[in-house]
Ligand binder design. Structure first.
Ligand code: ADP
Ligand code: MG
Length: 367
């Protein structure tokens, strides 16, 4: 969908911002550019919609060389979201969202109707449409920025640290929203961040950059975490690389068995065999249970088995009906394998890196 072929960008002042960048960004997927400040992420992004033109090399969007297209037209056909939302302060939220449709000559009525639908789609009430940007919180402004970028239904969305200026809680909400939206919309998204956790959360593929505009590695999140190509990438992924990999590894193929009989803690079920709580047989004491599905992560299972008084993670099917339990030891054993693989980069027999389907954060969320 988007292809860079040997792309260089050297600014007139002599700075090489992007060095020999060759990368393919698949259609309908989220490619995340990640790396520390100044490593060429924004410049690479802006060459896609010709806000910056490359010094050499070729960039194709949908098979067409961007340099052969009219820059203004190209820009209108590609959604663009930036950190400070970039909203027009003297236009209402609705008019902000309708900007590109109006430029495209849709007519006021249709443009506003579309803007209204989008407002809802990004989780804002219709009432917000009448407000001005300064009457919204930072997180709400970013939602409007996303709605505006989506207004003309462009196939490609460029996002440059769009959630960088909001607090961590709101940021997590916006990330979840984007994952949810993308499941419906299937846009080709290029997302820039310096936050590796955000990259792992959102990316179908992650491209790690280093200073001088060098692409160091581009892989699925699971591959990247399991097999960083060098120390630079490993350092960038951080000391919690193993944990992150556990958060991406699905529980599905970890064995489960029946609830052990005769223990102190009894698993109480409802009439439909859905788990309700752990009950102490000798007292009134009980403990909550948070059942897990196959698509949940090893990390969740580990947490759950630690929280459970019986040391067991309780597992259910898609209907929430009990399917079995997994012991802390079984989870440890499997996590150890995943962790060892992450640390050494060597595959462990019987615990292949999960298929992209199960490692995909969107899949986990839909569970
Ligand atoms: N218009 C410009 N003129 C000169 N140098 C620039 C310009 N834009 C960016 N740079 C330089 O190019 C490098 C890459 O910048 P940028 O792509 O913004 O990095 P990032 O988005 O990864 O922080 C930096 O060294 C930056 O200072
Ligand atoms: Mg930048």
């Amino acid at each position: 969908m988007i292809q860079f072929e040997a792309v260089h960008k050297r600014f007139p002042n002599g700075t090489t911002a992007v060095h020999d960048l060759t990368i393919d960004m698949p259609e309908g997927g989220v490619t995340v550019f990640v790396g520390s400040s100044g490593c060429g992420k924004t410049t690479s992004l802006r060459m896609i919609n010709r806000m910056v033109d490359p010094t050499s090399g070729t960039i194709r969007v949908g098979g067409r060389d961007v340099l052969e297209q009219d820059a203004a037209e190209l820009r209108r056909s590609i959604g663009y979201v930036i950190q400070q939302s970039g909203l027009f302060p003297h236009r209402t939220v609705l008019d902000n969202i309708a900007t590109v449709p109006l430029l495209l000559g849709w007519g006021r009525k249709k443009a506003r109707a579309t803007a209204g639908e989008l407002l809802e789609r990004v989780g804002l009430s219709a009432e917000m449409g009448k407000r001005y940007p300064h009457q919204l919180s930072g997180g709400q402004q970013q939602r409007v920025g996303v709605a505006r970028a989506l207004a003309a239904d462009p196939p490609v969305l460029l996002m440059d640290e769009p959630f960088g200026a909001v607090d961590p809680v709101v940021r997590a909400q916006l990330q979840d929203e984007l994952v949810r939206l993308q499941k419906e919309l299937n846009k080709t998204i290029v997302f820039v961040t310096h936050d590796i956790d955000e990259a792992v959360r959102l990316g179908d593929r992650i491209a790690v950059f280093r200073e001088g505009g060098h692409l160091v590695q581009c892989d699925t999140p699971a591959e990247l975490l399991a097999r960083p190509v060098n120390d630079f990438v490993a350092d960038f992924l951080g000391a919690e690389r193993g944990l992150k990999l556990l958060s991406l590894t699905a529980l599905a193929d970890v064995p489960q068995g029946p609830v052990p009989q005769g223990g102190r803690w009894e698993l109480v079920l409802d009439d439909a065999r859905r788990p309700l709580r752990w009950q102490d047989r000798d007292s009134e004491a009980s403990a909550p249970v948070r059942p897990l599905r196959d698509t949940d992560s090893l990390l969740s299972a580990l947490n759950e088995s630690v929280a459970s008084p019986a040391g067991l993670a309780v597992r259910v099917d898609a209907q929430g009906v009990l399917s079995g339990v997994t012991s802390r030891d079984d989870i440890h054993e499997r996590s150890g394998a995943a962790h060892a693989r992450a640390l050494t980069g060597t595959p462990t027999p019987g615990s292949a890196v999960p298929a992209q389907e199960s490692a995909d954060p969107k899949e986990r969320d839909s569970a």
